[in-house]
Design a protein around this ligand. Structure first.
Ligand code: ADP
Ligand code: MG
Length: 452
């Protein structure tokens, strides 16, 4: 067998030995680089994956390799460049020997320690890596390994609920864990703005400034909220420069790239863009499935794959909403001590999308007949003319999509005996609607009217 085939076989085994999220996160993007004299070298794409496999899965990898008939004494994991070059690993060294007392800010959103803090919930470990976030993940890892030197500032941007806050806090948590004395400050921009306004009024801006300028790592979330606030931008500009010049790491998140933030001073835009900017995308279907599985597992619930896939197809762009949908489903089933199913998820979650609870097969068929202006009797009758057949197939397709009826049931609803007819029809419309815009818009219109 060639190396690639061997590794594919090993991956196949691993895929069934570990949980799906673990497989997707750690193994999916690995490669067998070399197998010689008992030494096997496996390529991995980031530090985190490397460390986790070494720590948790090394024995499993070893035994799986042996099962595939590979002579192996030792496995070495090597980083291979993926889309970006990774920073070398290096301990975070605290270089700030400042003797002077660091004044606490007088007014902040106080926690028990007197400072806004990181949320421990956000770690690299519980972040599922996939298309759309892997570059951001790798960059955050690099920064956590070597703060202040490589990507400074690190600027992540993208839509709502796709894991920006999670990742930038994970960097903070990682750094703080390694170096408990480091002053890692996390701040939501809105809070920064509020504090500044209060400091202005109380004439304590110097204290305010000192607080942030004495950070070893400053994490600023949702920086787009600086827009249009000139005085604060000025203050922030100086804070940024002070930290940057001292090689202190700055990490920023935003909903858009620096150049697109309206009413933001140009000098700030250019500072923000001066390090590494990364565009984060919503996770793809596979990653969404992995996220759901991870979160279900954290709740000690095992979900059927169909349920996972259903949720992942229901909520597509926002992980926070995805979590919300999952939690709702789990809670509903938990109080009733029942196992989550697609049907429960469908009825429960569609309600929230403003859909009627009991959309019936009859409504769908009637609405389809009306749309295509064919008599209802013909749609469910024996006629096989083309101008009847297509609307009939569309009705079957919508029954499948919206009600998740079984094929025999769909066939029955339209007066057919054979369920394979329904199967072919659904498939045909699914395919044709990909290329036929007219068909696609017909389906959309029918659905819109059904849910109107
Ligand atoms: P953003 O800051 O981009 O609006 P958050 O970081 O607040 O989004 O993410 C929203 C929720 O989704 C959080 O609870 C976060 O933990 C979770 N989340 C987002 N992406 C992932 C991921 N890839 N793996 C696990 N959880 C994720
Ligand atoms: Mg956020």
């Amino acid at each position: 067998m060639v190396q690639d085939d061997v590794w594919q076989a090993v991956l196949g085994e691993l895929e069934i030995s570990v949980t799906r999220p673990a497989y997707l996160t750690y193994f999916k993007n690995t490669a067998l680089l070399k197998a010689e004299d008992g030494q096997v070298i496996i390529g991995v794409t980031n530090v985190f994956v490397k460390e986790t496999i070494e720590k948790k899965f090394n024995d499993l990898v070893l035994s799986t390799l042996k099962k595939q008939g590979i002579e192996v004494k030792e496995v070495v994991y090597k980083m291979i460049p993926s889309k970006m070059q990774k920073a070398p690993e290096e301990e975070f060294s605290e270089t700030d020997d400042q003797e002077e007392e660091r004044p606490e800010p007088r007014i902040t959103t106080q926690t028990t320690s007197g400072r806004p803090t990181l949320n421990e919930r956000y770690t690299f470990d519980n972040f599922v890596v996939g298309d759309g976030n892997e570059l951001a993940f790798a960059a955050c890892q690099a920064v956590a390994a070597q703060p202040g030197l490589k990507y400074n500032p690190l600027y992540l941007y993208g839509g709502v609920g796709i894991g920006k806050t999670h990742l930038i806090q994970a960097v903070g948590n990682g750094l703080q864990a390694r170096n408990p004395d480091a002053k890692v400050l996390y701040i939501a921009t809105e809070q920064f703005v509020r504090e500044f306004v209060i400091a202005l009024r109380a004439r304590t801006t110097a204290t305010f400034a000192n607080h942030y300028r004495s950070a070893d790592v400053l994490i600023v979330d949702d920086v787009q909220f600086l827009a249009g606030k000139d005085k604060i931008q000025e203050e922030f500009f100086h804070t940024f420069n002070t930290l940057h010049q001292a090689n202190k790491q700055i990490i920023i998140s935003s909903d858009k790239p620096p150049k697109d933030i309206a009413m933001l001073e140009n000098r700030l835009k250019s500072r923000f863009a001066g390090g590494m900017s990364i565009d984060m995308q919503a996770p793809d279907f596979e990653t969404r499935c992995a996220i759901i599985q991870t979160k279900a597992e954290a709740n000690q619930v095992e979900l059927e794959p169909e349920v996972v896939e259903y949720l992942a197809s229901l909520v597509t762009s926002n992980v926070r909403e995805l979590e919300g949908a999952l939690n709702q489903l789990l809670a509903w089933c938990d109080v009733r001590s029942i196992t989550p199913t697609v049907a429960i998820a469908a009825s429960l979650l569609n309600v929230n999308k403003g859909r009627p609870k009991h959309l019936s097969a009859k409504q769908i068929i009637e609405r389809t007949a009306k749309h295509f202006q064919v008599p209802l009797e013909d749609l469910v009758g024996p006629k096989r003319d083309k101008d009847i057949v297509v609307p009939r197939q569309v009705a079957m397709y919508i029954l499948h999509e919206e009600l998740r009826l079984s094929y025999p049931k769909i066939a029955h609803e339209l007066g057919r005996k054979d369920h394979t007819t329904a199967m072919h029809s659904v498939r045909k419309i699914a395919q044709e609607s990909q290329i036929d815009a007219g068909l696609r818009s017909a389906i959309t219109e029918i659905k819109e009217q059904l849910y109107a």
